[in-house]
Write a protein of this length. Structure first.
Lengths: 114, 111
């Protein structure tokens, strides 16, 4: 019963470093999402994907990249880490299929850029 | 610009009280509104609302949508300490397959 799994749970980066946040789901969901959540703020959509090979920008895509080579995996890449990217990152998935389906969230990755 | 606003931002009540959380939205091409509960980690799904005036209910929690006035409420009756959490409202945009989240209402239930 894994659901949506995110790794790592915590990470500290130096300014200018790069890293990839991993997200995998085992529910055969078509749609996957990356959000960031800053203190006292709601979730902001970074990127989303409606299926393997298809990705689209959300509200706050700058400084991030994604890929979706398989249905299960949706990694988020930070190329040049900046302090403004300090946040908690959530990956989510849903069935999609042309009508609203609730999103299932991972437990989040807490990222600090120093 | 699409916007989802939740109120109040935070709320402290005693066990047994009833609370009402509000969510108003301005989203073009509205498709649905969803409520989530977020404790320490991942948000968990509570309700999905697509039609006006139809109450969704689960135990002590209930929710209703008004598409004419563009808002939804989440009611929790006979609150318990386990209800302490941040409650998030999200609205789906039909055109963009995107969800817009409010900042959440932080509920604290005191024994």
């Amino acid at each position: 019963n894994a659901g949506v799994t995110q790794t790592p749970k915590f990470r500290i980066l130096k300014i200018g470093q790069s890293m990839t946040l991993q997200c995998t789901q085992d529910m055969n969901h078509n749609y996957m999402y990356w959000y960031r959540q800053d203190p006292g703020m709601g979730l902001k959509l970074i990127y989303y994907s409606v299926g393997a090979g298809i990705t689209d920008k959300g509200e706050v895509p700058n400084g991030y990249n994604v890929s979706r080579s398989t249905t299960e995996d949706f990694p988020l890449r930070l190329e040049l880490a900046a302090p403004s990217q300090t946040s908690v990152y959530f990956c989510a998935s849903s069935k999609g299929q042309g009508r609203t389906q609730p999103q299932h969230f991972g437990d989040g990755t807490r990222l600090s850029i120093l | 610009e699409d916007k989802v606003v939740q109120s109040p931002l935070s709320l402290v009540v005693h066990e047994g009280d009833t609370v009402t959380l509000n969510c108003s939205y301005e989203v073009t091409n509205f498709r649905s509104l969803l409520w989530y509960k977020q404790e320490k980690k991942a948000p968990t799904f509570l309700f999905m609302l697509t039609s006006s005036g139809i109450e969704k209910k689960s135990g002590r929690l209930s929710s209703i949508l008004d598409k004419k006035e563009l808002f939804s409420i989440l009611n929790i009756t006979a609150t318990q300490t386990g209800d302490s959490a941040v409650y998030l409202c999200a609205v789906e945009d039909l055109a963009g397959n995107q969800f817009y989240f409010g900042t959440g209402t932080s509920l604290t239930v005191i024994p």
